[in-house]
Design a protein around this ligand. Structure first.
Ligand code: FE
Ligand code: FE
Ligand code: ZN
Length: 277
């Protein structure tokens, strides 16, 4: 069954997100765990969470994807920035246990002139500090565009993070179609080859979710500018192949395209029309 949703604002709480998702034809969604620019998260409203959990169960919503603030940088050179990343992720993960069996997606980080090796070591150091073997949440490393000193534009870099993490066996990967294309992988004429490379480096069983975005830039641009579905360099035909691919068709697809809520409703309807039931 197609799992499709988009990024929603979390400002009105969980039940509001669940209702909004349902109103635009979505059966999953993504949200930032807190203000993307960082800072303390609002205290959890347990009544809202309980109401959301009942609503989601009733309406077949989920699993959902919580996205760490994009300013979180586990491999910054500055220890105080790394401490913020560690504390934020630990706090997010403990909060997420109230919506069990969710995904928690994060950007591996930017090594800021320390080099890839140091960056990968620092990322796994943070994961070793925050991952718990009894969590119901699956933590996902996001595939990145390789902008600046971003780690994770190659599947092999993600593999190295997993290998250096004690509970690496529990980590999953979220494949962002814009990022993977910007990172240099061919997902238009070479989707099979790209998924083979993913399988070889990471194992396809680690692929847990897809960020479904078109890209404003050409393959290998390392830019990370999302386009609406069918309005970028990936194009509608390739998107149709992606959502129906046997290795991908059962994953939750999350749109992170530049859209207001009506635009997302239209895009979700478009994706549904392309999906071979
Ligand atoms: Fe992201
Ligand atoms: Fe993404
Ligand atoms: Zn992006």
């Amino acid at each position: 069954m197609l799992k499709i949703g988009c990024h929603l604002s979390s400002s009105k709480g969980y039940l509001a997100m669940g209702r909004e998702a349902l109103s635009i034809g979505a059966n999953t969604f993504q949200f930032f765990t807190r203000n993307p620019r960082g800072g303390a998260a609002k205290p959890l409203d347990m009544n809202d969470i309980a109401a959301y959990n009942a609503f989601a169960a009733e309406n077949g919503i989920g699993p959902i994807v919580a996205h760490a603030p994009y300013t979180l940088n586990p491999c910054a050179a500055d220890e105080s920035i790394r401490a913020f990343a560690r504390e934020t992720m630990a706090d997010d993960l403990s909060r997420l246990e109230h919506t069990p069996n969710s995904f928690y997606n994060f950007h591996p980080g930017s090594h800021v002139r320390q080099g890839v090796d140091v960056g990968i070591m620092l990322i796994s150091e943070m994961l070793n500090a925050v991952l718990k073997s009894d969590m119901t949440t699956t933590v996902l490393l996001e595939t990145m565009a390789g902008k600046g000193s971003e780690i994770g534009a190659s599947f092999e870099e993600l593999r190295r993070i997993i290998d250096m993490t004690e509970l690496g066996g529990t980590l999953g990967v979220c494949l962002d179609t814009c990022h993977v294309s910007d990172g240099g992988y061919d997902i238009i004429d070479g989707l099979d080859g790209t998924l083979e490379a993913f399988d070889k480096a990471l194992g396809l069983s680690r692929l847990k979710a897809v960020h479904l975005n078109d890209s404003l830039n050409l393959r290998g641009s390392h830019k990370d500018r999302h386009a609406r579905i069918g309005e970028g360099s990936i194009g509608l035909d390739a998107i149709g192949v992606i959502i129906n691919h046997p290795c991908l068709r059962d994953k939750p697809f999350i749109l992170e395209t530049p859209n207001d809520i009506e635009g997302y409703a239209r895009e979700i309807a478009l994706i549904k029309s392309l999906y071979n039931a």
